[in-house]
Design a protein around this ligand. Structure first.
Ligand SMILES: Cc1cc2nc3c(=O)[nH]c(=O)nc-3n(C[C@H](O)[C@H](O)[C@H](O)COP(=O)(O)O)c2cc1C
Length: 184
């Protein structure tokens, strides 16, 4: 477990090789094992491949041209990411009516589920990154309506997944836990 946690990396470049359905199902299954308050199981997964990714690209084009009107290179490189990613999974969390604390707890549970998927992906030889900004589109309503999420769902993560292309990963840098810890 120590090595798995230490070696997990955000992988952003993939081969275009499609991913077997049973591997995708394994990622989705382990997600459902995550801890979650009162067993509300607040997650929902939207799996995008092939034609669905072309539509996602259209939504992203719309968003990026509006957001970065003077940066055509940024738009082009962002869209290339979608074009070269074989699998995207968008994960939502259920809101709980009139209960902000439970709604937050649901998001925490969904985050745990995403982390389980990330570690499982590595075990299956898949590269994985959780995106929120830019083409992650988590903070834009267009993604919400594109996937057909209901008004009581909130998008927590857009997961980009594929067989890793050779990548020169820099050494992982982290501040020591000693600096981040207060012993009371
Ligand atoms: C909530 C969350 C949002 C993230 N959003 C993005 C993103 O929008 N784009 C991106 O390239 N990486 C994103 N990442 C990945 C981080 O950049 C990455 O985890 C960080 O650089 C540390 O690298 P490591 O995961 O290899 O340890 C996100 C990670 C998390 C947990």
């Amino acid at each position: 477990m120590y090595e798995a946690l230490k070696q997990r990396r955000a992988i952003r470049q993939y081969k275009t090789t499609p991913i077997d359905k049973h591997l995708i199902e394994t990622l989705l299954e382990v997600a459902t094992f995550a801890p979650n308050d009162r067993n509300r199981e607040p997650w929902h997964f939207y799996v995008l491949q092939g034609e669905a990714l072309n539509k996602y690209e259209e939504v992203a084009t719309d968003y990026l041209t509006e957001r970065f009107p003077t940066k055509p290179n940024l738009i082009e490189s962002s869209l290339k990411v979608i074009q070269t990613t074989p699998l995207v999974i968008i994960v939502t969390s259920e809101k709980v009516e009139n209960d902000e604390a439970a709604t937050k707890d649901n998001v925490f549970a969904v985050c745990s589920a995403i982390m389980s998927m990330w570690l499982m992906a590595e075990e299956l030889g898949l590269g994985f990154v959780w995106r929120t900004r830019g083409i992650g589109l988590v903070h834009d309503d267009r993604l919400h309506s594109f996937i057909g999420a209901s008004s009581n769902e909130q998008v927590v993560g857009t997961l980009f997944i594929g067989y890793p292309e050779e990548e020169d990963l820099k050494e992982k840098k982290r501040t020591s836990f000693e600096v981040k810890t207060t012993w009371l």
